[in-house]
Design a protein around this ligand. Structure first.
Ligand code: HPA
Length: 267
């Protein structure tokens, strides 16, 4: 799909550009419970999704639903507070519209954050894990046509290394893992967690469609997961959206330090 010719996109760009001419090189998608991150951004403009033509309405818990263009410790960024999920009933094409918008605003590097269940028994709630690869169980590949192959490595090796170095510098145990994207909306059963542990380290309901789209648009991609619940099939604790948001909010400072470290290490 030629993203610059989606009819809604021109109107959306025009709306955002009424507030600023800043051209952000970096786009940041904030997952559930990470809204506090945005307070660190000195905003040129903030636009609610409801005012941006073509964007769906954000309904998920812990998602504010607004776009800010501004500066994060001197780096020009576009920050999406809140994302769209397949489990909200949106199509894959709707879910990835914000990524097309970022691209059209000038973004070359996508930093996607999310809350995820920790499948890897070494992970603790609140850990920040750098995503090194994914398994797509979401039955959809936006931006990639039938018969086309995936464009190879989705997660930029250099950015992964930088994120691990930034973790170390922030006093965080550097960890990387494989993210399994599920459609939800329910969290998984014991049997599903047992199976998912064979194929990945993290499980969540977002990010994969955005990453596939970003790569198909030529962006470099980094994804960071905050472990919001431990998916131990033999001693499963009840969890829900509110637990996830609360657990992730505690990791907001670490995410901020790692993102800052990654951007400071840009050439
Ligand atoms: N499963 C799926 N998605 C999630 C989970 C989970 O356990 N935790 C946070 N997002």
């Amino acid at each position: 799909m030629d993203d610059l010719h989606q009819p809604w996109l021109e109107d959306a760009i025009q709306r955002v550009r009424t507030g600023t001419q800043l051209v952000p090189r970096v786009g940041i998608i904030l997952g559930s419970g990470l809204g506090g991150f945005a307070a660190q951004v000195i905003a040129d403009t903030t636009v609610p999704y409801s005012a941006i033509p073509g964007l769906p309405v954000s309904t998920a818990i812990g998602h504010k639903g607004q776009l800010t263009l501004g500066r994060f410790f001197g780096h020009e960024v576009a920050v999406l507070e809140g994302r769209f999920h397949l489990y909200e009933g949106y199509s894959a094409d709707q879910v990835v519209r914000p990524v097309h918008l970022l691209k059209a605003l000038g973004v070359e590097v996508l930093l996607a954050t999310n809350a995820a269940g920790g499948l890897n028994p070494d992970y603790r709630v609140g850990d920040v894990v750098v995503v090194e690869d994914h398994v797509n169980m979401m039955w959809t590949k936006p931006g990639v046509g039938a018969g086309e192959n995936s464009p190879g490595e989705f997660y930029d090796r250099e950015l992964v290394e930088r994120a691990l170095a930034a973790s170390r510098a922030a006093g965080v145990i550097p960890q990387s893992g494989v993210y399994v994207g599920m459609t939800g909306p329910n969290y998984e059963t014991r049997a599903e967690y047992r199976w998912l542990r064979q194929i990945g380290d993290l499980v969540g309901m977002s990010t994969v469609p955005e990453v596939i789209t970003a790569r198909s648009l030529g962006m470099q991609v980094l994804a960071l997961s905050v472990v919001s619940n431990a998916c131990n099939p033999d001693s499963l604790e009840p969890t829900d959206g509110a637990h996830v948001v609360a657990a992730v909010a505690k990791a907001e400072g670490r995410i901020r330090e790692i993102v800052r470290g990654v951007l400071d290490r840009e050439a």
